[in-house]
Design a protein around this ligand. Sequence first.
Ligand code: S3P
Length: 455
Amino acid sequence: MTIQPVKALRGIFRPPSDKSLTHRAYMFGAAATGESLVRMPLTGEDCEATLRCLAQMGLRFERPSSTEIKLIPAPEWTQPDGSLDCGNSGTTMRLMSGFVASRHLNVTLIGDASLSKRPMKRIAEPLRLMGATVEGDTPPLRIKGSTRLKGIDFQSPVASGQIKGCTLIAGLRADGETWVTEPSLSRDHTERMLTALGVEVRRGVVTESLGIESFDEDVNFNSTADLEEEFNVVGWRAGVVGGSKINPFEFTVPADISSAAFFMVAAAILPTSRLEIKDLSVNPSRTGILDIFLQAGIPCIPDEEREELGEPVADMVVAAPFEKRRAFEISGSLVPRLIDEIPVLAVLATQCEGETIIRDARELRVKESDRIELVAKGLRDMGAEVDTFEDGMAVKGPVKLKGALIEANHDHRLAMAFAVAGLVAEGDTVIEGAESIATSFPGFEGELRRLSSID
Ligand code: S3P
């Protein structure tokens, strides 16, 4: 992919549908007690991998129109022929493991070269504690499931929507209650969607002074920062009771803020830009980028809030600021709320006044690639001043970037982040490995060209 500089991004933009929500919609549909309809699912390769794996275990699906998928679950999941190929998708492998481990199935999950290097011990551990047999701390993962798992109270060392999701999913069919405690709140799609589908999901916190506290049902998880401060929270808890049934559903998948982020940052750094973004998922466990825009002084106003299966959705206008953009800081509980956006936020940092500091983000080293080293290398090649730490980086700005040859290492988010950098760089930016963009954002380049203004 070759990117040339443009003057602004302008227009109306409906980003691709949310990847995390599409994966869960397919999986919950396959485990539901009747037929479900998913409108506007993400058609990216990661979610297609989920659908294929589910089909190997008995899910039938139909496409009543080009934007709808009807899911027809099998009464019992069946033993697949051959292994389940999760492609590049960590979410497929980790969440699917929770379903497989709690059924009478003997399954091998495999992935591409990048996924084959990613850590799976983090989900193997809770599944083993529950009584499943799991071999392989990196893929291939061999799971011998059991219908007699026992509920556990699992302390996850990292805040991860995938570890939490996998464990709670297995807990749906375990004996007794299954709880997960995590150090910061990771994306809570599993909790919200399952609640909307009739499962009793309990939530709570661990506080320094009071220990474990369970929340009443009316606690609003849309303002978790307030909760965190009020209770001095050191752990976030979610739990399910074994034997819970998942109701069938109709769900229109909202747009993915992690995909929108590339266009939001592009609009923020190209003067005179103005983008109207439609149907955006604004789940507060995903909206860390809005906090950063506030810190950096970039206008960004969510409007028309509504809800889809417990998930908040809004429209939003993002415009380039008149003032200089300010450097920002990412650390602590903000990290899981924007973990996938850090590569493109590092690009934003190169266009901000001052030194941006990113800390507590060592998880970036075990994503689709080592995103700390590769973001730093690419940005340095484009003329930026970047230092790396074990858990983050420091970026000095503002700097006039120059086009370069960038190796995205088949990592979709790196390829898109460097495409955004290329929009403000001098000369051509050539991105190798850009075909990976199809995993989460088919049509990225076309949308970028459609919204770009060169005068
Ligand atoms: C995801 C959780 C995050 C995120 C990934 C999707 C999910 O990973 O990076 O893109 O859908 O639960 P971790 O759970 O490893 O933080």
